[in-house]
Ligand binder design. Structure first.
Ligand code: ZN
Ligand code: ZN
Length: 382
């Protein structure tokens, strides 16, 4: 009889090219960074006196790294190959024991998580990736990157199958099951929702000796999750009024009924199998959603977080503001936001191929006085 399609949200909308880069404005970083209110240096840094020397360490390498608009991997490689002002940095490292720095240690750790850099800034081959602890402390970017992207556990809503059956007419849409995606707690129906859930941070620029430098003012924090709408454990009964039964069911025994009617859903081959079929089907969508998030949204967040602040590791340059903006946008790759939708749609199509997530109503029996309506719902096979 009627097929029940599960209601995995199909995210379909015209692909839109990513927005053009915004013109930035000049804002010089202040010493220790934005982790204090209003972005001023914290008392620890001010009293430590490392503010100026750290800034010099970063400034010493200015001009040694030019346009780095390949991939983030390339960026990291370039960073590791950069002729580092090693002596100066070593001095800074010796001057500060970071393990005993409760103010900056968690900020440095978060920076590395949020940018996808190795925990201690050194990769498996012993090569330095990105800024050192000392450089980070005085970079002005601690506290301005986002929190590392996180996929959260699903919110699970369990529904009475009989109530769900009654409230869906005809039964070709939900309520077989439904998985809905959220980014930053915003429900996602298409790529425009993704764009809105993850606003592009402001771009800042400055000019120096005829070149333009540009970077993001701050990073991106993003969480993702789904809501899974599935069935409760059976048995499933739902009481409606006689008038509702009269309207809903064509059977003559329901005509003019005054007493209540109970709708009963019978899972086939049994209730447990039906509940599991729906649950495991939606779990496939949940897993697909997490995978798409990690492939696209988390990658985007790390890209942006790697481009926060005016340092040799993070800023991009160009011949003019437009060229700089284009180079920044290439590393940022905001198209990843649309890719989230496209990857999810492709995964959903694969899951649904051959009607894998389709169950069906195979029986509907109204008893003699219309006091009970029994609906048989067949589980499919995954
Ligand atoms: Zn500080
Ligand atoms: Zn499905």
């Amino acid at each position: 009889m009627k097929p029940i399609y599960d209601g995995q949200t199909l995210l379909r909308r015209q692909v839109r090219s990513s927005g053009s880069a915004q013109a930035g404005f000049l804002q010089r970083k202040c010493g220790c960074g934005g982790h204090t209110p209003m972005g001023g240096p914290c008392g620890r840094c001010k009293s430590g006196g490392g503010n100026k020397s750290g800034g010099t360490a970063v400034a010493a390498a200015q001009g040694t790294v030019d346009d780095r608009f390949h991939s983030q991997r390339q960026l990291a490689e370039n960073n590791s190959r950069m002729p580092a002002p090693a002596g100066r940095i070593e001095l800074a490292r010796q001057a500060v024991n970071f393990e005993e720095d409760p103010v900056h240690r968690p900020l440095i750790d978060n920076y590395r998580r949020a940018t996808g850099q190795p925990a201690d800034g050194v990769n498996e081959f012993g090569q330095r990736i990105g800024p050192t602890d000392a450089e980070l402390k005085y970079s002005g970017i601690l506290g301005r990157v986002g929190v590392a992207p996180r996929w959260l556990p699903p919110v699970i809503n369990r529904h009475n199958a009989a109530e769900a059956y009654f409230n869906s007419t005809p039964l070709i849409d939900p309520p077989g099951g439904l998985t809905t995606q959220f980014l930053n707690e915003r429900e996602i129906e298409d790529n425009f929702d993704v764009e809105a859930a993850i606003p592009r941070p402001a771009v800042q620029t400055r000019n120096e000796r005829g070149r333009t430098y540009c970077w993001f003012d701050r990073g991106v924090s993003v969480t993702g999750r789904t809501t899974m709408d599935i069935f409760s454990a059976g048995p499933w009964n739902f009481q409606i009024t006689g008038a509702q039964a009269d309207t809903r069911f064509a059977s003559a025994s329901c005509t003019g009924r005054s007493g209540p009617t109970v709708i009963h859903v019978d899972g086939s081959p049994n209730d447990r199998a039906l509940e599991e079929f729906i649950r495991l089907g939606e779990l496939e969508h949940e897993n697909d959603s997490e995978r798409a998030f990690l492939n696209t949204i988390a990658a985007y967040a790390r890209n942006v977080n790697n481009l926060v602040g005016d340092t040799v590791y993070t800023r991009v340059s160009g011949a003019d503001p437009a060229g700089c903006a284009a180079n920044l946008a290439r590393l940022e790759n905001r198209d990843l936001l649309t890719d989230f939708v496209l990857q999810l749609n492709a995964a959903t199509d694969r899951r649904h191929a051959g009607g894998r997530h389709t169950s069906s109503i195979t029986g509907l029996v109204v008893n003699r006085d219309c006091s009970t309506v029994t609906v048989t719902m067949d589980a499919g096979t995954l």
